[in-house]
Design a protein around this ligand. Structure first.
Ligand code: COA
Ligand code: ZN
Length: 438
């Protein structure tokens, strides 16, 4: 069957001028809608602005920034702009020691999200004839349900395999004829390793054709390695749970930058120190304003992700600008196995144990079984290291509480007081990232 190369032909290829007109209309509507939340009313009053001050797209710069801290401080529903009865789902980040972040969605928000993901999947060649398998965590991880509903909107047969159990993932890929797979880059490599161990040749024994890889910064070399190993085309996916999750930006078949859906977002790149806007082509922090969200619009949200806008048009015909490969973060967030972790979550959890001293060191490594986190922690001076049973029990408790907090299982090394050197000349080094990029 002959399909259009676009999922939403009109919205994906409209002339820039029309797109900008749509953006302004949606921005003005969004800003007025934000006045339903006390949080935004206060911010506007402080800046002495009203929704009527937004007359052009450039006026977005007059709006206040929104940050992760704002979401935490107004946990859980302080940024809601609709009554709770109109909300259909929420997604929340991990963490029990501090306030996690919560994002609310109405039914329409969820439909728009599914459409954004469907556009991305369609863009890289997924069609109703395809079989789509998702190895993201379901539940609160946005890449689970996010890809699920997007793939269903495309009309593919979906296999909601969820995270882990690699042998079973491979069996599904073979038995169900999976052609399109979503996996974070390190897990795509893991799947390949296990295929090799099991004597499965991806080219001969599977129908895999397209891989969607995201949630972890990765290099061009890593992409190529995944493509060669699995005999697929691999496309970079960018999502952020505060915006919705996957579906924010995605590579097209040109594999040269990620189209960001500008009928959903107003895109700015700023200098994270001066907060001044940067011209196209310059590396800075991505700042996004949602312009078609009902439950919880976010104005000038500071993503902390570093990237730049690629100048020029793309030969695929889409009018939406492209972001360069994401380059890391302007804060200290760790991304391990597709899970976002702040070192402060680990520190706060460790501090709950009187048996532990305050020095610790987090080491991230790439091992045969995948990426791992090891935490060396010093024992309190009065804790006897001779009591083997007590030591084991403590290790188990620390591991359990940390798993509750950060959702992955770290390896805990309890060491005697005074054995860790965690500071260089100026400041404490708490995280050592020794992971191989590919
Ligand atoms: N996606 C899918 N599976 C993953 C994974 C990932 N990002 N990272 C690890 N796994 C696999 C492991 O290979 C292992 O497979 P096996 O059953 O074949 O041995 C299994 O999951 C368990 O991993 P392990 O490292 O022992 O467990 P953990 O407790 O440290 O981690 C996970 C728990 C895997 C459940 C957690 O890392 C997770 O949910 N990751 C997915 C996050 C996600 O979907 N992010 C998308 C962005 S929103
Ligand atoms: Zn393109």
């Amino acid at each position: 069957m002959e399909y259009s190369p676009y999922y939403n032909p009109e919205l994906e290829t409209m002339p820039r001028k029309e797109l900008e007109r749509l953006q302004l209309e949606r921005l003005q509507h969004t800003v007025r809608h934000c006045m339903n939340a006390e949080f935004y009313r206060k911010k506007f009053a402080e800046l002495g602005i009203t929704p009527d001050d937004i007359k052009s797209l450039d006026d977005v710069r007059r709006l206040p920034f929104t940050t992760k801290e704002d979401l935490r401080e107004n946990y859980p529903f302080g940024l809601a702009c609709v009554p709770m009865r109109d909300c259909t789902r929420l997604h929340s980040s991990s963490g029990t020691t501090g306030n996690p972040t919560v994002v609310l969605h109405t039914k329409k928000d969820l439909d728009e999200w599914a459409t954004a993901v469907a556009r991305c999947l369609w863009m890289v060649g997924s069609r109703p004839e395809d079989v789509f398998q998702n190895s993201a965590g379901y539940g609160m991880f946005t890449a689970g349900l996010g890809f699920q509903y997007g793939a269903e909107a495309v009309g593919m047969l979906t296999v909601p395999a969820a995270a882990g159990n690699t042998t079973r993932q491979i069996k599904f890929i073979r038995d169900f004829g999976t052609t399109v797979l979503h996996a974070i880059p390190s897990y795509a490599s893991r799947i390949y390793e296990v295929m090799r161990e099991e004597g499965v040749d991806p080219r001969r024994d599977t129908k895999l054709r397209v891989l969607c890889i995201g949630a972890e910064p990765h290099s061009e070399e890593q992409r190529q390695r995944i493509e060669e190993n699995l005999g697929v085309k691999a496309y970079n996916s960018y999502g952020i749970s505060e915006m919705m999750g996957p579906g924010v930006a995605f590579e097209c078949p040109q594999q040269n930058g990620l189209h960001i859906w500008e009928d959903y977002f107003i895109v700015e790149i700023i200098d994270p120190v001066t907060l001044e806007p940067l011209p196209d082509g310059e590396l800075g922090e991505l700042v996004l304003t949602t312009i078609n969200r009902e439950a919880m619009p976010l104005l000038r949200y500071r993503t902390r992700d570093l990237t730049r806008i690629l100048p020029g048009e793309c030969s695929c015909g889409r009018c939406h600008r492209r972001l360069a490969r994401l380059q890391g973060r302007s804060d200290d967030m760790i991304i391990l196995k597709g899970v976002n972790i702040f070192p402060i979550q680990i520190e706060k959890t460790l501090l709950k144990f009187r048996e532990l001293a305050t020095d610790y060191l987090i080491t991230l490594e790439t091992k045969e079984e995948g990426d791992t986190m090891t935490i060396d922690v010093e024992l309190a001076a009065d804790f006897s290291t001779d009591d083997f049973k007590a030591l084991l029990a403590l290790e188990k408790n620390v591991t359990r509480l940390l798993k509750d907090e950060i959702l992955i299982t770290p390896k805990i090394h309890l060491v005697p007081k005074g054995t860790l050197t965690v500071s260089d000349e100026k400041k404490a080094v708490r995280v050592k990232d020794l992971r191989k990029l590919f």
